[in-house]
Write a protein that binds this ligand. Structure first.
Ligand code: IMP
Ligand code: MG
Length: 462
């Protein structure tokens, strides 16, 4: 039966993150009960005191809620190991796997200081407040890890969270080994290049100098290293000349292009500072089964779907077919598609591929996404792209041998909506942070250095 609810769900679910919406709903209750919209902003002593008291009371209640959610996440992690259904899964059916606990209470306290969330009387905790609290909670957990909760299942009640450390200063060393970044909107503005003046450059060099591995996992798919140099030269040139890096640390920068298709490694001897790595030298076991004929037939089905969208939606768009991707872009470079046109195109193409027995039968993963002013279908996706980076950097001996682990990897990106976002799939392979601009990426990296206990020195920022 097609109820109104189901239609609304089908129309909106791809534009909502259910976990964030659920937390927003929990925080809305103390906001509604405690906010004082009638109090005037005055210098009157009693008024000021009452607003301060309100902020303190609301802060306490928001913090309690975040502590309870933190407990539910720990409980969910225990159920993940036991392969049973957690309470959180029942409350938020779309919830995925967590690779680390989240320091949600401490993260709320931190973000409340930055954003004065508890002092607001008219604007309830928002999607962005919760998104940023989750990011902080994740990077706190990575930079100051605490032991994972034990396997013992607990029955959680609203006021009772499982024993866990929400004290981010408890541990001292980071477990993080690999940082992966999306390109457009995450490191530089949409469609732009990473220029020498980009403030993210000294931050990335700082992390490289601390032996962190860095992968740029971008949809931008080029087979030619010079095309990536043209997009990323600010970073590549800075790495080449930085006195803070050893040769080995320079080689810890890699580019995974076309989601999970083309691997390049920093190479100071190459004119473009990047060396192409042949597929046979890095691909994942699952990729060995993909055959070229099936790939091209999947892309042809997608191409036909794009052509039909251009006709039905009357889009002034051209088709771009590549070795491992097909997409549409505006025929006139100054034209901007409406968001609705881009989203409709993604959903139509995704559905046609999902329904096609030929595409399904090939068993080749693909990713249909809205790139801001274009739509692409890429072979593979960012979960495979991140796993490719984990494999490339994997090391260790004996029991420790193998790819970099999920809980030792953080992917930073801007596209985390379930329909139409290509960073969404990275959640299957590692921990993630959802940013909405290159400025937020810089702020996140500074936060990470703060939790690491080593602020990025002024010298490295110059
Ligand atoms: P990302 O944000 O770094 O993942 O880059 C996404 C953008 O790369 C898309 O919006 C496109 O404009 C561009 N792009 C260039 N080549 C490709 C391709 O082969 N597949 C998908 N996107 C591509
Ligand atoms: Mg992006």
């Amino acid at each position: 039966m097609t109820t109104r609810y189901r239609v609304e769900y089908a129309l909106k679910t791809h534009r909502r993150d259910q976990f964030i919406e659920w937390i927003k709903g929990l925080l809305a209750v103390p906001f509604v009960l405690n906010s004082q919209p009638t109090a005037a902003y005055e210098e009157d002593y009693d008024e000021v005191k009452s607003l301060q008291a309100m902020a303190q009371a609301v802060h306490r209640r928001y913090a309690e809620i975040m502590r309870d959610v933190e407990g539910l996440v720990n409980d969910h992690i225990r159920h993940q190991r036991l392969q049973t259904t957690s309470k959180l899964k029942m409350l938020v059916p779309s919830i995925g796997s967590f690779f680390t606990p989240l320091h949600l209470e401490a993260a709320f306290v931190y973000q409340d200081k930055q954003r004065a969330i508890s002092s607001r009387r008219f604007v309830a905790p928002s999607f962005n407040d919760v998104r940023l609290i989750l990011n902080t909670a994740q990077v706190m957990a990575l930079m100051r890890p605490s032991p994972l909760p034990s396997n013992k299942p607990t029955n959680l009640t609203a006021n009772q969270s499982a024993p866990h450390t929400s004290n981010p200063t408890a541990a001292t060393t980071t477990s993080l080994q690999l940082l992966t970044f999306d390109g457009d909107v995450t490191l530089y503005d949409d469609g732009a290049s990473l220029l020498p003046t980009n403030p993210v450059i000294p931050r990335l060099i700082h992390f490289l100098s601390r032996d962190m591995r860095i992968g740029i996992v971008t949809a931008a798919g080029y087979t030619d290293a010079s095309r990536y140099h043209a997009r990323l030269h600010g970073l590549l040139d800075a790495i080449q000349t930085s006195p803070l890096l050893t040769t080995r640390q320079r080689h810890n920068l890699i580019i995974m292009g076309g989601e999970s298709n083309f691997l390049f490694v920093f190479d100071e001897t190459s004119p473009s500072l990047l060396r192409y790595i042949h597929r046979r030298d890095w691909i994942l076991p699952v990729m060995h089964a993909w055959n070229e004929e099936a790939i091209q037939s999947l892309l042809s089905i997608a191409e036909a779907a794009f052509r039909s969208c251009i006709r039905t939606l009357n889009l002034p768009a051209s088709i771009l077919r590549k070795e491992r991707a097909v997409g549409i872009y505006p025929t006139r470079s100054d034209h901007r598609f409406a968001r609705e046109q881009l989203e409709e195109t993604v959903l139509v193409v995704q559905q046609l591929l999902d329904l096609s027995p030929e595409a399904r039968g090939a068993g080749i993963p693909f990713c249909a996404f809205n790139g801001g002013n274009d739509v692409f279908v890429d072979i593979g996706d960012k979960s495979l792209g991140v796993r490719g980076c984990q494999k490339w950097f994997g090391a260790g001996d004996g029991d420790e041998a193998g790819p970099v682990k999920e809980e030792a990897t953080l992917h930073v990106g801007d596209q985390f909506l379930s329909g139409g976002g290509n960073d969404f799939k990275a959640r299957l392979a590692c921990t993630t942070a959802w940013i909405t601009s290159p400025q937020e990426t810089v702020a996140l990296l500074d936060e990470m250095s703060e939790w690491e206990g080593v602020g990025i020195g002024a010298a490295s920022l110059n």
